[in-house]
Ligand binder design. Structure first.
Ligand SMILES: Cc1cc2nc3c(=O)[nH]c(=O)nc-3n(C[C@H](O)[C@H](O)[C@H](O)COP(=O)(O)O)c2cc1C
Length: 199
């Protein structure tokens, strides 16, 4: 697939439409390798990839249900059960997170998060090139310190997404995309157009 064709055609795939096989072994590493091409201020390499598959997905579902139980007052059994089921929708979840370096003199936290977001985008694109589908999901659990602790992360670290990966079971949905031209403006050298508080 031509690179532009790839970039102009990828769609996220709903997690429940991702089934076996998921990328594995050398192929999975090759896909994750594209994350190493993310722009990275000060070379901090903040990206981390925590693989969750097989029965570990049930454990993640339990952790998510516990997170909901802490957040919500009296969540219904159905809502708790739906949290438990969420990770079971796809065969592989890559928890993509940023291991944050606090108070870095050059690369503030937001830049470290952008780096790992860029890595995640490369990875979802690479998975698509290889014939897989994926979707980045978060939800309140991704920001819950208890969930981070259960996954072995430190509170300062940031979960960028749970990247659900697998083989699409359905045809790609036809999603109408906006035109980039609608979001472009140009800042000119004409100083008379600049707003100023000067008298
Ligand atoms: C960091 C991040 C977190 C996201 N979390 C959710 C989420 O929790 N639930 C959801 O429905 N979509 C979430 N999305 C949006 C989906 O990943 C996806 O972009 C959306 O379904 C649109 O599909 P598209 O990528 O084909 O445009 C998230 C996107 C990003 C970048």
């Amino acid at each position: 697939m031509d690179a532009m064709e790839l970039l102009l055609s990828r769609n996220s795939v709903p997690a429940r439409q991702l089934s076996d096989p998921a990328p594995d072994g050398e192929e999975l590493l090759e896909i994750l390798e594209t994350g190493m091409r993310a722009p990275d201020h000060a070379g901090l390499k903040p990206w981390r990839f925590l693989l969750i598959r097989g029965e570990a997905r049930q454990r993640l579902g339990e952790v998510m249900a516990q997170s909901m139980a802490r957040r919500d007052e009296n969540p219904s059994k159905e809502r708790l059960e739906s949290q438990r089921q969420k990770p079971l929708r796809s065969p592989l979840i890559v928890t993509i997170y940023a291991e944050i370096t606090k108070n870095h003199p050059k690369a503030p936290e937001v830049e470290q998060i952008i780096t790992v977001g860029a890595a995640a985008q490369n990875i979802i694109n690479a998975a698509y090139v290889k014939g897989y589908g994926g979707i980045m999901l978060t939800g309140p659990a991704a920001y819950d310190p208890h969930v981070k602790a259960a996954l072995g992360l430190k509170d300062k670290d940031q979960i960028i997404c749970f990247l659900y990966l697998g083989t699409p079971t359905n045809e790609p949905r036809k999603k109408i995309r906006p035109s980039a031209a609608d979001y472009v403006s140009e800042w000119t050298s004409d100083v008379t157009k600049a707003t100023s508080n000067d008298p």
